[in-house]
Design a binder for this molecule. Structure first.
Ligand code: FAS
Ligand code: PHB
Length: 390
């Protein structure tokens, strides 16, 4: 089999790029390790930057997102028993975010690939890229007992943090930067009316919490838990009781509780791999970078990688212009590191750090007080949260 671009990973990054390139007549194949049902069973991101939403529309996948997604012009921060609002629309120069779950977005991308007859292979086992530092790379994968070879001109590593692509870059070339946080997020999805029309980020002495949503009948909540906790340690009742303890009384009083339809603990880490290109291999999305979800930058960081690669391949194949491909890693990393900074900053400001000394605790409270006392500080928060320009 021969294609122009072989994409490893059928998550949002891989699917979005394959869709955009297909619409430009560039032939791709997506090799996904798991079944479609497995990929769509994951509960992940909930907030889309306006840049991501624009890319979904350009990929002809935005119709349901625009119909069912909710435009949010701001969010609340709960601290010291009160709610303070971050007016994104006012302080970002008129921008907002779209609340639409990654699961649904991925479903829309799969359906769009099917509609165009895009090649997406599920249950592709032992996917392995070869000769990525030559002009004739290829990728093999196993389907049952059969090993299949895909000859291609370029390989995209969109296979997430635990994928094979990043590990295919020689250790003496790859530089990795990482910060692991001493806690995780216990997340619950419940078929209940959201406690608030907008998201509420909670800074509390017992730990961080987040009230989010997927629709007006589907709520998503998180509480900060120690890394030693296991999801089986937390009954639904224990989760709701702890969330209520961290919410302002007026909010806790109106919280609708119900059975969890998904419950999981996600560790928090900041991670960047450089460079994001090696020969004919390009890394995109979680394969190259991870952020703590506090700033809702995870999925959104993948969007600019895809945008840059999309335009670079169109320039290469249509005009023989390789400047986009040659400049990809540097350009993508410049925006990635700004998303890393914002996600780290939001995480440090809102979470409880058990080993902190009283002086550092005062600095943390002052950071939050400064945000709500300075228009300049509010503008910095807002422009990062709605998404810096691509
Ligand atoms: P993904 O990991 O989504 O997709 C990679 C795909 O590659 C997967 O389908 C995987 O099965 C496949 N794959 C892996 N190895 C392979 C191999 N060897 N061969 C073939 N295929 C392979 N972001 C937010 O903004 N907000 C959140 O609240 C949030 N919560 C998250 C919770 C969790 C538990 C996790 C893990 C991430 C969360 N994220 C969140 C970040 C998340 O949304 C990612 O940014 C997003 O999934 C990135 O998309 P991809 O780059 O496509 O990577
Ligand atoms: C979510 O809805 O899952 C969500 C929203 C905002 C975040 C993190 C997660 O910062």
């Amino acid at each position: 089999m021969k294609v122009q671009v072989c994409i490893i990973g059928g998550g949002p990054s891989g699917l979005m790029l394959s869709q955009l390139l297909h619409l430009q007549g560039i032939e791709t194949i997506v090799l996904e390790k798991y079944s479609r049902e497995h990929v769509l069973s994951r509960i992940r991101a909930g907030v889309l930057e306006h840049g991501f939403a624009k890319l979904m529309r350009e990929a002809q996948c935005g119709e349901r997102m625009d119909r069912e997604g909710e435009i949010h012009d701001g969010f609340e921060i709960a601290h010291d028993g009160v709610l303070d609002r971050v007016d994104l629309h006012k302080y970002s120069g008129g921008n907002s975010v779209l609340v639409y779950g990654q699961t649904e977005l991925t479903r829309d991308l799969y359906e769009a690939r099917d509609k165009l007859g895009g090649k997406v292979v599920h249950n592709a086992e032992d996917v392995t890229p070869y000769d990525i530092n030559t002009d004739k790379p290829y990728v093999t994968y196993r389907s049952g007992e059969e090993t299949i070879r895909v000859d291609c001109e370029y390989v995209i590593g969109a296979d997430g943090f635990h994928g094979v692509s990043r590990k295919s870059i020689p250790k003496d070339v790859l530089r990795e930067y990482e910060k692991v946080y001493p806690f995780g997020w216990l997340g619950v999805l419940s078929r209940t009316k959201p406690v608030n029309p907008e998201l509420i980020y909670v800074k509390h002495e017992r730990g961080f919490a987040l009230c989010s949503l997927r629709s007006q009948v589907l709520s998503r909540y998180y509480i900060q838990v120690p890394l030693t906790d296991k999801v089986e340690d937390w009954s639904d009742d224990a989760f709701w009781a702890e969330l209520k303890r961290r919410l302002p009384e007026s909010v806790a009083a109106r919280l609708m509780t119900g059975p969890s339809i998904e419950k999981s603990i996600a560790p928090l880490r900041s991670f960047v791999a450089e460079p994001m290109r090696y020969g004919r291999l390009f890394l995109a999305g979680d394969a190259a970078h991870i952020v703590p979800p506090t700033g809702a930058r995870g999925l959104n960081s993948a969007a600019s990688d895809i945008y840059y690669l999309y335009h670079a391949f169109v320039a290469h194949y249509k005009k023989g212009d390789d400047s986009g491909l040659d400049g990809y890693s540097q350009k993508a990393l410049a925006r990635i590191w700004k998303a890393q900074r914002f996600s780290w900053w939001m995480t440090m400001m809102l979470h409880r750090f058990p080993d902190r000394n009283p002086y550092e605790d005062k600095l943390q409270s002052t950071e939050l007080a400064y945000v709500f006392s300075s228009e300049a500080a509010m503008r910095v928060l807002a422009e990062n949260y709605v998404g810096l320009p691509f």
